[in-house]
Design a protein around this ligand. Structure first.
Ligand SMILES: N[C@@H](CCC(=O)N[C@@H](CS)C(=O)NCC(=O)O)C(=O)O
Length: 295
């Protein structure tokens, strides 16, 4: 009951604050409001916080909304924005396999950018693998692939991250929370460095640690990377594509050789960052019990 009322109130607040905006932007605002209030864990406190943060006298309007909004309307909103931007009707398609770290990079970016998308998970190996429609999207046969309704196809995790960070704003695509085109040059440099470090160092050195037992080199690298954490996230205090690029790899290394901590591996900053990500729905939902390495 509390959940339903909260949804109605948030919907009403959104209507109030987004008067004059198009449906699409209104929906985005609504989804953000739900995420922000962490409706999943709605309790009396959250409910009162919502009430207290409203500075308009909306009581009469609430009554109108509560009685005037049908339960069906409420259910439709709940379904459309059930804390998940993955939507069965979106024309943006994300082809993936949830065990793949490269696909996980793209998945985090889709979620963190607030993109509405339709996920298609395919199996890659064995006799069930690689449907024809997928090979026609990406003849290399690798996931992830993101395809847009205007024909833009991004068949590689790095291209997908580039797109969210620097991509052209056209064909209905808008500035998103991961866009760093207009952000501080220093942040941009850090993002580029993290992305290069993961491709050129973490991936080969991590592989050697797992396959050849060379953990010493890996731990030296991690200690060095720990000093590059700048802010709550890797490059600043909000998630950037650096976090999308690095998380799947360091998370796997932490699983295999961790817990990575200040005491054990001089990785206190990486530890805090991993824990923060694991507490953040955008990252959390991409983490699964079964996973692959990257070779
Ligand atoms: N460079 C690609 C690599 C992607 C990749 O290797 N994906 C693996 C799964 S983790 C794959 O699709 N393998 C299927 C195959 O090679 O046939 C990227 O970053 O997107």
């Amino acid at each position: 009951m509390c959940f339903a009322i909260t949804i109605i109130i948030i919907k009403h607040l959104v209507d109030y604050h987004t008067e004059g905006l198009g449906r699409k932007r209104k929906y985005k605002y609504f989804a953000n409001a739900i995420k922000k209030e962490n409706i999943c864990k709605t309790d009396a406190n959250t409910f009162w916080n919502i009430l207290q943060t409203m500075n308009q006298n909306l009581i009469l309007n609430w009554i109108r909304v509560i009685f005037g909004t049908t339960v069906l309307n409420c259910i439709l909103y709940c379904r459309a924005f059930s804390l998940n931007m993955e939507s069965p009707v979106s024309s943006t398609v994300f082809v993936t396999n949830k065990m793949c770290p490269f696909a996980q990079k793209a998945w985090i970016a889709l979620e963190a950018s607030g993109t509405s998308y339709q996920m298609k998970e395919i199996s890659l190996y064995g006799h069930n693998g690689k449907p024809d429609w997928f090979l026609s999207l990406n003849s290399a046969g690798t996931v992830p692939v993101v395809s847009y309704s205007d024909g833009l196809i991004l068949p590689d995790s790095e291209l997908i991250l580039d797109h969210f960070a620097y991509g052209e704003i056209s064909s209905g695509r808008t500035e998103n929370p991961l866009s760093i085109r207009y952000r501080d040059d220093m942040i941009n440099k850090r993002v580029v460095k993290w992305r290069n470090d993961v491709l050129q160092k973490v991936i080969p050195i991590g592989k050697a640690a797992v396959l050849e037992g060379d953990t010493q080199t890996l731990f030296e690298l991690l200690k060095c990377l720990d000093g590059s954490v700048t802010g709550c996230y890797l490059a600043c205090d909000i998630p950037t594509v650096a976090d999308c690029a690095v998380f799947p790899f360091l998370w796997r290394i932490d699983k295999e050789f961790g817990p990575l901590t200040q005491e054990t591996h001089s990785c206190g900053n990486i530890r805090k960052w991993l824990d923060l990500c694991l507490d953040t729905p955008v990252f959390q939902k991409t983490v699964h019990q079964s996973w692959w390495w990257w070779w």
